[in-house]
Design a protein. Structure first.
Length: 168
């Protein structure tokens, strides 16, 4: 098995990993599209938010049957965790693997793998979340030709960095 990770922004090179505004409507921050030939198993996901005190919201990890329209990741943005691994087989395009949706499109079926509520005036520790799954026990498997999304809704816009790590 090969492990990969991607973030909700272009691969960090001479600058730090970009933070992206959540806005206040439901928004897919990161999407990974499985190819027609391969499932993926989620190993870890997480997010961090700029510290704020007036926003409440929900951040969720889910599989959908319809893609959001996103800024397409390039192959370098989907990073292998071990040197020498082949490139990931996930599909790259504006309706596949990418970040910062401009359109959610109409989802007709979904499976929620995790969801976290962010509360107003919560301690700063509530502005960051990481969940690791145990393969063979609770690690979700995303079916072929589906879309794995980190999606959020907030009352006040915040800046978010999020990621997903998976096995192919």
């Amino acid at each position: 098995m090969h492990k990969y990770r991607c973030y909700n922004g272009a691969m960090a090179t001479t600058a730090a990993q970009a933070k992206v505004t959540t806005g206040t409507a439901i928004k897919t921050m990161l999407q990974v599209a499985t190819p027609a030939t391969r499932q993926i198993q989620i190993l870890e996901w997480g997010y961090s938010l700029d510290v704020f005190s007036t926003a409440t919201g929900q951040v969720e990890l889910l599989e959908t049957d319809v893609a959001a329209t996103v800024t397409a990741h390039v192959a370098a943005g989907v990073q292998p965790l071990t040197p020498g691994q082949p490139a990931s087989l996930v599909t790259l395009s504006t309706t596949a693997t990418g970040y910062t949706s401009s359109s959610e499109n109409t989802v007709t079926a979904s499976r929620t793998f995790d969801a976290q509520q962010v509360l107003e005036d919560a301690p700063a520790a509530n502005n960051s979340y990481t969940r690791s799954f145990i393969p063979g026990l609770d690690a979700p498997i995303v079916a072929v030709s589906k879309f794995l999304r980190i999606r959020c809704t907030f009352t006040v816009a915040a800046s978010m960095t999020c990621w997903i790590m998976w096995d192919e």
